[in-house]
Write a protein that binds this ligand. Structure first.
Ligand SMILES: *Cc1c(COP(=O)(O)O)cnc(C)c1O
Length: 331
């Protein structure tokens, strides 16, 4: 199976391939951290498998998003780099774009809701991003983004539905499999599907027999519905602590890749996420945000049996407010 572009598809609709992941890996080499692969005897004993955790919570900016953001900015023409880029996000993509722009001398404008957590606004400004706040009950961020890109010639970089973003995100699974060898199973969280699509390109190329699973919150299983029905399903904003996976539909570029290469989509509950967050803190001594726990939660709670298997798990990020984190652990 492959997810290559159909001959004759319209320009701008081309899908990335594993070659693009290889090219992205070269661009981010020496800039993005080659994050560690963690193991845990306790996790292995609990599941009967041999588990390898790719710790993207330790990536620059605290999440895998730095990979795709850096790759997408690096691919711009010199003129586009001078004019700058724009992104809308209240989460990890915003920080990643600001940080990756700063490192490449590219101006960045981040459109964030007025009520975004102060810590996130401060982090984005700290990385050199110009923050434009908007009222999410009255204003349309896409219209603001379009106006800004027209006035100032900024290039919009979306959080997942973009060739270079998908290719960049795929470098985490590439590093994982190159380091530990072929896997029987790989588990990756899914919001809009950038990380999962990129990971699937890498895993299919490097470990062809590996079963690839996407994991999303039970309250918002749009990716599962889309995957099973064969067309993109839209849902209302789901109520879940996994704020990085509150997307209401998967991307038009990520979806065909996931359909072609992923074996199944799974869901986990918020209670299972909290249990997993506690496991990471107590047993593995790492801070993982709720969304970052999705893939591990499916494995640790036996959603798919993993006994006797070599299992890859992507921990996607660690950006959680310390007070909220303490609340999760205590609760
Ligand atoms: C963005 C994000 C996700 C979801 O990634 P997609 O590429 O949109 O599927 C998952 N976890 C964390 C920590 C994120 O920042």
């Amino acid at each position: 199976m492959n997810a290559h572009q159909e001959p004759g598809s319209p320009p701008g609709q081309s899908l990335p391939t594993y070659d693009d992941v290889i090219a992205a890996a070269k661009r981010i080499e020496g800039v993005a951290h080659r994050t560690p692969v963690l193991t845990s005897r306790t996790a292995d004993a609990r599941t009967g498998g041999t588990l390898f955790f790719k710790a993207e919570n330790l990536q620059r900016g605290g999440a895998f998003k730095f990979r795709g953001a850096y790759n997408a900015i690096a691919r711009l023409s010199p003129e586009a780099k001078t004019r700058g880029v724009v992104a809308f996000s209240s989460g990890n993509h915003a920080q990643a774009i600001a940080y990756a722009g700063q490192l490449q001398g590219v101006p960045t404008v981040i459109i964030m809701p007025q009520d975004a957590p102060a810590m996130k606004v401060a982090a984005t400004r700290g990385y050199g991003g110009e923050v434009v706040l908007y009222d999410r009950y009255k204003e349309d961020r896409e219209a603001i983004g379009r106006a800004l890109s027209q006035e100032r010639g900024l290039t919009l970089i979306p959080p997942y539905d973009h060739e270079d973003v998908i290719a960049g995100q795929g470098t985490a699974a590439k590093e994982l499999i190159e380091e530990v060898g072929p896997l029987d199973m790989l588990f990756v969280c899914v919001g809009g599907g950038g990380l999962l699509a990129g990971s699937a390109l890498a895993a299919r190329a490097l470990s062809p027999d590996c079963r690839i699973y996407g994991v999303e919150p039970e309250a918002g299983n749009d990716a599962q519905q889309s995957f099973r029905s064969g067309s993109i399903v839209r849902i209302p904003v789901p109520a879940t602590i996994a704020d990085g996976a509150q997307t209401t539909y998967v991307g038009s570029k990520t979806f065909p890749i996931m359909r072609a290469l992923v074996d199944d989509m799974l869901t986990v509950s918020d209670a299972q996420l909290v249990d997993t967050m506690r496991f990471f803190a107590e047993r593995m001594k790492i801070v993982v945000e709720p969304t970052g726990c999705l893939a591990a939660a499916a494995v640790l709670h036996g959603i798919v049996p993993c006994a006797g298997k070599r299992v890859g798990i992507v921990i996607s990020g660690g950006n959680v407010d310390p007070r909220a984190f303490a609340g999760f652990l205590a609760g």
